[in-house]
Design a protein around this ligand. Structure first.
Ligand code: GLN
Length: 383
């Protein structure tokens, strides 16, 4: 096997979902909602499967979707993006891959902010780049300008930002966004801004796109899977400054070439109906509260979560002395609940006392998960 494959381990999401299936555990690990989606989107996709084209769409994406994206972001985030600036991809992960393949030359440095989504580093390396990791610390997980500045070298070409942030659930504040923009401008860096969680915000949380603050250098990544709770559809996109979007489109040609046309057209229809997002938003808010209340009344200590459908638990403060990995293994094998340990998201010196839960679930799933976590904690204490 090519030794470079050592840098592409089995993802922690795949590992924990397979373990959940094997042990019949409740799956609060890999992030996907189990409480439905806007039904008209499904009807539209089904209709198009029968009546529409089942052949290759344009590689860059259906014009109807790129127009709907431009209008959606103009309306919701005041972004001045033209339809031509979008490249539709098979999921946000493919968008990230296409962007990194387009932007990185061998030897370029790419800053990632850890804990970092697990796809960034392996993809940067396969594109020939060097990962320059900046490690944030809980409970604040704040990005600080000096910390970022310390990671920049003459080789640095781009900075990957994820906001709202997976796995911590943080939404960057104005000062942190400003720090990112200043560092990027001072060193002429591209900003790859993974904003797939932009529509999954806790009540009261405020999100600002880096594409609004630094449109000249930001490549924004988005996901219909996250916006419409259809993670299996794998419809995502990148929106880039003019000259760059054509290069990303070329990289995308040689990855998946195109994305299923019916799904693209149905997503375009969904983007024209932001009111379809109200019910899921209320569902997320209720589920967020139910999980937090249930865990807290069982003595678990939680970190703040303002965005994403994730909630982190502080193990030590919850009276658990196992590290994240040992606790996650015990929880899925012996107590019947899958969670995601946070240490795989940092390559340097990771925090080992936090696990992430996905709360985008039916009440019964959440309640079963809480009961199983309490069992896992009792088992951990008995060791
Ligand atoms: N985004 C999902 C999560 O954070 C995982 C997606 C995947 O497994 N590729 O849980």
């Amino acid at each position: 096997m090519n030794p470079q494959f050592e840098t592409m381990p089995v993802s922690i999401f795949e590992e924990m979902s397979l373990a959940a299936t094997r042990h019949g555990a409740v799956n609060l690990g890999q992030g996907f909602p189990d409480f439905g989606w806007p039904d008209p989107l499904i009807d539209e996709a089904a209709r198009l499967l029968r009546e529409g084209s089942n052949q290759y769409p344009p590689s860059r994406g259906l014009p109807v979707l790129r127009e709907a994206l431009a209008d959606f972001y103009a309306e919701r985030q005041s972004l001045a993006l033209a339809p031509e600036q979008f490249v539709v991809t098979s999921g946000a992960t493919e968008a990230i891959a296409a962007v990194l393949l387009a932007a990185i030359e061998p030897g370029d440095g790419a800053i990632v902010i850890a804990p970092a989504y697990d796809a960034y580093a392996p993809l940067i390396r396969r594109a020939g780049g060097d990962v320059q990791e900046v490690v944030l610390r809980p409970p604040s997980w704040r990005i600080d300008k000096a910390l970022l500045a310390g990671a920049v070298t003459a080789a640095t070409r781009l900075l990957v930002v994820n906001n709202p942030h997976n796995p911590t659930g943080r939404v960057l504040d104005a000062a942190e966004l400003q720090a990112v923009v200043e560092i990027a401008r001072e060193h002429d860096l591209l900003v790859v801004s993974d904003e797939v969680w932009e529509e999954v915000l806790a009540p009261g949380a405020r999100f600002t796109s880096l594409a609004f603050l630094a449109p000249e250098r930001t490549i924004k990544i988005g996901s219909a899977g996250k916006i419409f709770s259809l993670t299996g559809w794998k419809v995502g996109w990148a929106a880039a400054p003019e000259g760059l979007s054509g290069i990303i489109a070329r990289a995308h040609q040689y990855l998946t070439f195109a994305t299923p046309p019916h799904l693209q057209a149905a997503v375009a229809e969904g983007l024209r109906h932001p009111e379809w997002l109200h019910a899921p938003r209320e569902g997320f808010a209720r589920a967020r509260q139910r999980l937090a209340d249930g865990l807290e009344s069982n003595g678990f200590a939680l970190l703040p979560s303002e965005g994403t459908y994730f909630q982190c638990i502080d193990l030590a403060a919850s009276g658990i002395s196992l590290d994240d990995r040992a606790f996650a293994d015990l929880a899925v094998v012996e107590a019947g609940v899958a969670v995601i340990p946070l240490s795989p998201f940092t390559e340097g010196v990771p925090e080992r006392g936090l696990v992430r839960l996905c709360f985008a679930k039916h009440d019964a799933t959440i309640d079963a998960g809480i009961a199983a976590l309490a069992r896992a904690r009792d088992l951990a204490r008995a060791r």
